[in-house]
Design a protein around this ligand. Structure first.
Ligand SMILES: Cc1cc2nc3c(=O)[nH]c(=O)nc-3n(C[C@H](O)[C@H](O)[C@H](O)COP(=O)(O)OP(=O)(O)OC[C@H]3O[C@@H](n4cnc5c(N)ncnc54)[C@H](O)[C@@H]3O)c2cc1C
Ligand code: SF4
Ligand code: SF4
Length: 651
């Protein structure tokens, strides 16, 4: 029989054969299967991490919650599946309603189902469960005991809130300091409400605070409270201060020009309700999420004829003033141009966001670079000189003779941010960021940990993942344990032992030395190996031929056309129905964990593979092998769709 090296899945023509013709010269089947004395290997059951989880920066146990939703993993007694799925989600990320709307879902790119037809709609399932938990007022369980240790969390964005949540669950006292008036970080002051509805955000934040977090808003560490005071008064600190210093355009004329502003300042003024219209044409330079949000918000706000210099957008954005609502009633369509160094199909923003912005009337120009801010006699910008460019890696190379001018009343730079940490020289790595090791500890600062954008600007889910890891490291530090040992695959793992405990099927205590083997013993999970913290199961570890094509259920969207965009702040995404959520979960191939298809039981020629007795079953403990009957033919391995079986016993 062909060896494991030859066990490649052949996807050409979608026949998913494991072996090519000629890969194997098995001889007579009877010899191999029934008298294969040389095949000493028998099946073992190996838990591995699926690539969806490994690609989710917050480390969601995606397979786990999909298995719950489709009914394979049974909820604990008295808990409905929606709540059980929510609680599994919250083991890694307490914001499913927000993530389910705005996470660009790297998990979906990693999903093995892409090899069949299309990834599972993981993000839309998360959306549904997140909303369900809010609508049903699901709360987090308070910690069973208090440790008496005090932790300062600085920054109330996703990193800080996640750290606060995971630390409170461990019983530590958390004080959360936030410079703004409200918590949420860029979830509130960056991403507009039509993408991250504030009612959902408030509910998910409140659920964390209800665990008993002390909150100090309008309190900026480094200014209102010093680093030394934090260091002195707390047992440990987590810094999740984000990147709130917008980069200006590196072109002549930018610095000091009043109507040249940063994208995050524009969005903050809008999200605080102060900016209610734009005046004149707007150019947004960027290509990522922030630039799309600025241009799309500008289209929604619309343009007003400036009646006084105080109405000028820069006064609102850079000052603390607000637009006079009465003065902004007569709005017209605003001309918003978004420019990107990269061609449109290579822009960093999610494709869905680019398509929506285009539909809403944002003019998007890819492959162009700014050269100079042009100014009028009053010192205000009147336009941006640009040219076409080609990218050489990350560097734009101008195309000679391609210069042109875009007129503008407001130029917005959305080309990235650094940390606003001038007041915290103790932490600044000299480039406006804070360094972290693998355990999210700040090198050289024993009791200080960090996470989120200030380490590396990325996504909400990444900031949450950092908060989770940092909380675990802080807990290790406070407990006097080794900090820094993180698993190779650092995600939330399904734990079979915990599952058995939950079902009162926990193995008995180890009886001591002298016991050989585990076949008859009750002290171990027989021939099961948990390799999830070290191994990810790839597509070619599965038997894809088992799965028939089943198209993905897509969420609906309210498409807003350019003609009706002004004043339209309606949420765009329409959640899946419960039936579609269950169907979507059923598309999951449960990579790396048994999903009870019975293939191995049915195909074993020796009836060596048996179902575990009903009263002793849990997910992951559905079949076992009687080794006295097994002849090592590895048919069970070949027909297991999820790659849960490995011919390892006897090695
Ligand atoms: C416009 C925009 C759109 C985005 N869209 C998406 C998206 O669609 N999907 C996605 O996944 N990601 C998106 N992102 C990225 C995402 O928002 C960030 O990666 C994430 O918010 C980072 O979380 P954080 O907690 O590190 O920082 P932040 O969210 O920035 O939170 C940091 C908090 O710390 C506070 N703070 C700072 N300094 C101090 C101090 N000295 N004392 C006290 N408090 C302080 C700040 O006020 C802030 O509230 C977007 C970002 C922006 C700007
Ligand atoms: S947080 Fe993002 S990457 Fe993680 S499961 Fe949700 S959609 Fe996927
Ligand atoms: S099929 Fe399921 S378990 Fe496998 S990668 Fe996709 S979502 Fe994850």
């Amino acid at each position: 029989m062909a060896g494991k090296a030859a066990a490649k899945i052949i996807t050409e023509g979608k026949n998913y054969r494991r072996y090519k013709d000629g890969d194997a010269t098995p001889g007579t089947w009877g010899e191999v299967i029934f008298q294969a004395g040389w095949s000493h290997k028998c099946p073992t059951y190996i838990l591995r991490t699926p690539p969806c989880s490994a690609s989710c920066p917050s480390g969601h146990d995606i397979r786990g919650w999909l298995d719950i939703i489709r009914g394979i993993e049974k909820p604990a007694a008295g808990v409905v599946w929606q709540e059980y799925a929510f609680r599994r989600m919250a083991e890694s990320n307490p914001f499913p309603a927000i993530m389910g709307r705005v996470c660009p879902a790297p998990c979906e790119q990693g999903c093995n189902r892409n090899a069949v037809e299309e990834h599972v709609g993981i993000n839309s399932v998360e959306h549904f469960i997140g909303d369900w938990a809010i609508e049903n007022n699901v709360a987090f369980a308070k910690p069973e005991s208090e440790t008496g240790r005090r932790i300062a969390v600085i920054g109330g964005g996703p990193a800080g809130l996640a750290a606060a949540y995971f630390l409170r669950r461990r019983g530590h006292a958390v004080t959360l300091f936030e410079a703004n008036a409200q918590l949420g970080g860029f979830m509130r002051y960056g991403i507009p409400e039509y993408r991250a509805p504030r009612a959902k955000l408030d509910a998910e934040i409140q659920r964390i605070l209800d665990l008993g977090v002390t909150v100090k808003t309008n309190c900026r560490i480094g200014r209102d409270v010093s680093f030394a005071e934090i260091d002195r008064d707390f047992d440990a600190a987590f810094w999740g201060v984000g990147t709130h210093s917008g980069r200006g355009l590196p072109v002549p004329g930018w610095k000091g020009t009043p109507n040249c502003v940063a994208g995050i300042s524009f969005l903050k003024a809008f999200n605080e309700g102060r900016l209610q219209a734009v005046t004149g044409r707007i150019i947004v330079v960027g290509g990522g999420d922030t630039s799309i949000d600025v241009a799309s918000v500008a289209r929604r706000l619309g343009h007003i004829e400036s009646v006084s210099s105080q109405d000028r957008v820069e006064h609102i954005i850079l000052g603390d003033t607000a637009h006079d609502v009465a003065g902004t009633v007569q709005r017209q369509g605003c001309h918003a141009v978004l420019t990107s160094l990269f061609p449109v199909n290579q822009m960093f923003a999610a494709k869905r966001e680019i398509d929506d912005a285009t539909r809403e009337g944002v003019e998007i120009m890819g492959g162009v670079m700014p050269l100079e801010v042009l100014k009028g006699p009053d010192g205000r910008a009147t336009g941006l000189k640009m040219c076409h460019c080609k990218m050489d890696g990350q560097n734009p190379v101008p195309v000679g003779g391609s210069e042109f001018v875009l007129e503008a009343d407001l130029i917005v730079s959305a080309i990235g941010q650094t940390g606003d940490i001038e007041d915290l020289p103790e932490l600044d790595n000299g480039r406006g960021f804070i360094n972290a090791d693998r355990s999210m500890r700040i090198p050289g600062k024993t009791k200080h940990f960090v996470g989120g954008d200030v380490v590396r600007p990325h996504l909400l889910t990444t900031a949450v993942g950092h908060g989770r890891i940092a909380a675990a490291s802080i807990d290790d530090f406070l407990g006097g344990h080794d900090v820094g040992k993180r698993p190779k695959v650092d995600v939330h793992q399904f734990n079979l032992l915990n599952k058995l405990r939950e079902a009162n099927l926990e193995p008995e205590p180890y009886p001591g030395a002298g016991v050989r083997g585990t076949a008859e013993a009750k002290f171990a999970i027989h021939n099961f190996d948990d390799r999830a913290s070290a191994e990810v199961i790839p597509q070619d570890g599965l038997f894809l031929g088992h799965f028939t094509e089943n198209p993905r259920r897509h969420r609906g969207e309210h498409h807003i056309d350019a003609e009706v965009v002004i004043g339209n702040f309606e949420e765009r995404l329409i959640p899946l129905t419960e039936a579609d959520v269950v169907n979507e979960a059923k598309r999951c191939m449960s990579c790396g964990l048994c999903f009870e298809c019975d293939n191995c039981v049915v195909f074993c020629p020796q009836t060596a593979v048996q179902r575990v007795a009903k009263k002793e079953r849990t997910v992951g403990r559905y079949v076992y092998t009687e080794y006295s009957k097994c002849v090592g033919c590895h048919i069970c391995y070949d027909v297991c769709p999820t790659g849960y079986i490995q011919m390892g016993m006897g090695e």
